[in-house]
Write a protein that binds this ligand. Structure first.
Ligand code: SAH
Ligand code: SF4
Ligand code: F3S
Length: 489
């Protein structure tokens, strides 16, 4: 598999800004016909990477004149930014498309756009062409930067527009972004994945690994800080391999060291770390930092060496345990979370016992437990010994119970202590309460005023409720209140 080096394409971003101006004229024309503003709704399925992509899509839609709608019913244009990591993600999209069809029957001017990871699969495109003729525009993960251009083509044509690229070496900077949260933001540091874990479809739908130029990343973080952002999450499928293919190679730890220098940024998170590439240098940078959060998401997937080998994960159970021991020795207060898969082809109940053993030993603060989903085109899909549903279910339930027990034990340890929380929102259940996030990624609910949103506060964690705390504010910190505006351009 060839390596791609990224090229930043300034000419392309200028071209796309011209298309935005053109698309804005199309929107203005429709507004005149309807006698009101147009509304759009961008729905995100899948991971943080997709959530960040959706902010870019909304940035372009806002730039060309759309207002944002809460739900699909109120929208003149709906975008589904899809995920295909497990089959249930796909099924949810097909289900909601049926509902969109009924809306479009009542509102024929409505536009329906599909994009994201699912669209990179040939069988999905065939199905859409055959059974979902009412969709107006389909594009994939590699040409998202062309959204404005594709919208213009869509407005000028009646038939379904489909534009899917198989690969790209382009990284187009300087396009508008409309952030969901004023005070925190994801920042892409790399795209794609080269790991080819045998169960995983991501490398096929997101393409080869490409790192963004560090100067662009740092400039984006500086702009975010100037705009009131206090927490950034650096995003990549395997952030630990950041920078290896740059013209001037740079490690992820070096990038973190530079990001830390940026004034105004108070917290730095990152996702996701592959255990095989986690360096001592990174542990050292984390240990010394008071901005990098005390949380590491370190997907284990499975505890059995035989299964790990078949998964192509490039580490053993013993190596994973040694790594988590090292992390805890360096940072006793670190929270470690993970992803686990049950039901990989050939997995026996004894293999699941090995995963459970790692959960007991590491005592994860949280773990996302998934049932293996067969993804067409991946090596695991054609492996023999696919595990029967009943066996998978039994293993899943056993694993989940252990995960929940250890996570509760871990959470209980912090009851009664005082920790710094970033105040994120008014509590959904009780508007007298606020919700804050601790450095270790746990949530705490406490009475307070919405004016504190976006600031850091010291909160006493009075009662642990298993996966979250309730508490009260000890000390408010001064911090800028952010506002949502375009980040770029
Ligand atoms: N790049 C990240 C993970 C991205 S996908 C990493 O390697 O850690 C997020 C999680 O989905 C994975 O960690 C894995 O646990 C799960 N996953 C991926 N493919 C899956 C499949 N085919 N079936 C079930 N879970 C899967
Ligand atoms: Fe998938 Fe593995 Fe890449 Fe993560 S590292 S995205 S699990 S192939
Ligand atoms: Fe899903 Fe694509 Fe993310 S498949 S998990 S949205 S990279």
């Amino acid at each position: 598999m060839g390596q791609y080096t990224s090229t930043n394409d300034d000419r392309e971003s200028e071209l796309q800004r011209e298309y935005m101006a053109k698309a804005a004229l199309c929107v203005a024309k429709q507004e005149q016909e309807l006698g009101r503003r147009l509304k759009c709704c961008v729905v995100t399925f899948g991971c943080q990477m997709n959530a960040r992509d959706s902010e870019k899509l909304l940035g372009i839609l806002t730039r060309i004149g759309y207002e944002s709608a809460e739900n699909e019913e109120d929208a003149d244009l709906v975008v589904y930014n899809t995920c295909t990591v497990r089959d249930n993600a796909n099924q949810r999209v097909y289900g909601r498309l049926g509902f969109l069809h009924s809306l479009k029957d009542k509102k024929p001017h409505m536009k329906i756009v599909l994009c994201g990871c699912m669209m990179q699969e040939a069988n999905v495109i065939e199905k859409i062409k055959k059974s979902y003729r009412f969709v107006d525009l389909v594009f994939g993960t590699h040409n998202l930067f062309k959204f404005a251009e594709l919208l213009v083509t869509m407005f000028e044509n009646r038939e379904m527009i489909i534009d899917i690229w198989q690969e790209t070496d382009q990284i187009v900077e300087e396009l508008p972004v409309s952030r969901k949260y004023p005070y925190k933001s994801g920042v892409n540091i790399m795209f794609g994945c080269n790991n080819f874990c045998s169960y995983c479809i991501v490398p096929y739908v997101r393409g080869r690994e490409r790192s963004r130029d560090p100067k662009e990343i740092l400039r984006e973080i500086e702009r975010l800080a100037a705009d009131g952002v206090v927490e950034v999450m650096l995003l990549g499928q395997n952030v630990n391999s950041y920078g290896r293919n740059l013209a001037e190679p740079m490690s992820f730890a070096q990038l973190l060291r530079e990001a830390e220098q940026i004034d105004g940024i108070k917290r730095i998170r990152f996702m996701t770390s592959h255990p095989k590439d986690l360096s001592d240098e990174l542990i050292d940078v984390m240990r010394r930092s008071d901005k990098i959060c005390r949380h590491l998401h370190l997907p284990l997937q499975a505890g059995s060496d035989r299964i790990l080998r078949a998964m192509n994960r490039h580490y053993t159970k013993a190596q994973y345990l040694a790594l988590t021991d090292k992390l805890k020795a360096a940072m006793p207060d670190i929270a470690i979370t993970t992803d686990l898969i049950v039901g990989f082809p050939g997995e026996t109940p004894e293999d699941v016992d090995e995963t459970i053993d790692v959960v007991r030993r590491v005592r994860f603060d949280n773990a996302f437990t998934f049932i293996y989903s067969k993804r067409t085109g991946t090596p695991a899909a054609s492996m023999p010994d696919q595990v029967p549903d009943a066996v998978v279910r039994e293993g899943f339930d056993r694993l989940l119970k252990t995960v929940q027990d250890t996570a509760k034990e871990r959470a209980a340890l912090l009851q009664g202590s005082t920790m710094e929380a970033l105040v994120e929102e008014v509590n959904e259940q009780d508007p007298a309460f606020l919700t804050g996030r601790l450095s270790n990624n746990m949530l705490v609910h406490f009475p307070g005023d919405a004016g504190l949103i976006g600031t850091l506060a010291d909160v006493s964690l009075d009662v642990c409720h298993g996966f979250y705390y309730t508490g009260h504010i000890i000390r408010k910190a001064d911090g800028p209140l952010g506002k949502t505006v375009d980040d770029n351009g």
